[in-house]
Design a protein around this ligand. Structure first.
Ligand SMILES: Cc1cc2nc3c(=O)[nH]c(=O)nc-3n(C[C@H](O)[C@H](O)[C@H](O)COP(=O)(O)OP(=O)(O)OC[C@H]3O[C@@H](n4cnc5c(N)ncnc54)[C@H](O)[C@@H]3O)c2cc1C
Length: 148
């Protein structure tokens, strides 16, 4: 494939690495700049005494279709480890269990979040939903606009 030129990607977190991978697929030569001495951004896996520990980002829900597609395209699917849906969050010496596959329901019931925080989460979800719909709405408005 012809080299379409160099693209500078700032940050070697998941977004930067994904962008660089897709750019390379399309014939560009990405250069990724990272200020830390490691790649991965918020992802940090520690190997110690035969254990694998995730210090930050932990779960990769199957519902993240584009991420799952990228993992497959990179040939890394066989490195995914199936995990249970149950997640524990420790607060004030109490473990709060949430199910990743019933997150909205469990988040609504849990005492981990205050009523105010739950309300903010609902608003955030509504905003995110409206934002996701926006291109569709814009598209339908444009298609309804009379042609000049
Ligand atoms: C505690 C925690 C837990 C999380 N758990 C999950 C989880 O379980 N599942 C999940 O899907 N998501 C989780 N997330 C969210 C996930 O980590 C982020 O969505 C993801 O890391 C975002 O990727 P990113 O590349 O956009 O940013 P980042 O991961 O933040 O990467 C940005 C990179 O850019 C570099 N950078 C920034 N500025 C510059 C600069 N000027 N020059 C050079 N380099 C620069 C940074 O050093 C960093 O390496 C969690 C996040 C946190 C904080």
């Amino acid at each position: 494939m012809d080299d379409k030129g160099t693209v500078i990607v700032v940050g070697a977190g998941p977004s930067g690495l994904a962008a660089a991978w897709r750019l390379k697929e399309r014939g560009y030569s990405p250069i990724v700049l990272e200020e830390r001495d490691r790649v991965g951004g918020q992802l940090l896996t520690i190997k110690q005494d035969g254990f694998l520990m995730e210090a930050r980002t932990t779960i990769l829900p199957e519902a993240y279709e584009s991420v799952m597609r990228l993992v497959g395209d990179c040939g890394l699917s066989d490195q995914l480890l199936p995990a249970a849906y149950l997640m524990g969050f420790m607060r004030d010496d109490k473990m709060h269990m949430l199910r990743a596959n019933r997150l909205a329901l469990d988040a609504a019931r849990t005492s981990l979040l205050s009523p105010g925080a739950k309300l903010k989460a609902v608003r955030l979800a509504l905003d995110a939903f409206q934002d996701a719909q926006a291109p569709l709405l814009r598209g339908s408005l444009l298609s309804e606009r009379p042609r000049l």
